[in-house]
Write a protein that binds this ligand. Sequence first.
Ligand SMILES: Nc1nc2c(ncn2[C@@H]2O[C@H](COP(=O)(O)OP(=O)(O)OP(=O)(O)O)[C@@H](O)[C@H]2O)c(=O)[nH]1
Ligand SMILES: [Zn+2]
Length: 225
Amino acid sequence: MKNTEILNTQDEMDHDHNSASQETPLRPDAFELSDIEKIALIKEDVNHIMQTLGLDLEDDSLKGTPNRVAKMFVNEIFGGLHPDRKPKASTFDNKYKYNEMLVEKNITLYSTCEHHFLPIVGKAHIAYISKGTVVGLSKMNRIVDYYAKRPQVQERLTMQIVKELQEVLGTEDVACVIDAKHLCVNSRGIRDIDSSTVTSEFGGAFKDANTRREFLEYIKFDTQF
Ligand SMILES: Nc1nc2c(ncn2[C@@H]2O[C@H](COP(=O)(O)OP(=O)(O)OP(=O)(O)O)[C@@H](O)[C@H]2O)c(=O)[nH]1
Ligand SMILES: [Zn+2]
């Protein structure tokens, strides 16, 4: 049986949406250097780590690694640190007058644990109930991807996704559940390959038990095409 660690942010965390705990901790000078300058500095740092480990940086296969890791950090796995990369979420009037919940489920999630810089891999499920505005479906996947591309803890990631969609949609009625594997738990340390972590954030109408249950029922659908 799957051993699932439940971290229910709804019950256990502070719900003040302006609280600093939701913000990724960044220094005030975080964006003073350009991406190109950051890549050059990180390349030197990775070079230093590899030298310390005793690796031969003249080796054909290793010599490009410092540059590859630096580019990957700045442009890919930590690319979501830069606010310029926040996806523009195109919204529309709810002219269809669709007033039920909309669920975008099984959104593939790749993030990085901020404690060990190891991958977090999982699925995010989002629901909202329109108060007059709708958002393009793919924008929900893009918002997940943007906040995932940071050093993260799963609790903060879940809350950041909900807060962003609440702002974009102009409603509190947004929920997110994430089920993810942390390689820092699965592949090192305790090395429990089967455990995964579930977090949830239920805003507005989703605090109601029936509405929440409806969302949780939909995400159980085993959609095959
Ligand atoms: N709450 C929370 N904890 C996380 C997350 N990702 C990793 N962790 C945990 O952060 C903790 C860091 O604990 P430390 O004791 O400083 O790290 P460690 O010595 O490497 O611990 P072990 O993993 O137990 O070997 C570990 O228990 C991780 O499992 C996350 O998204 N949320
Ligand atoms: Zn970790």
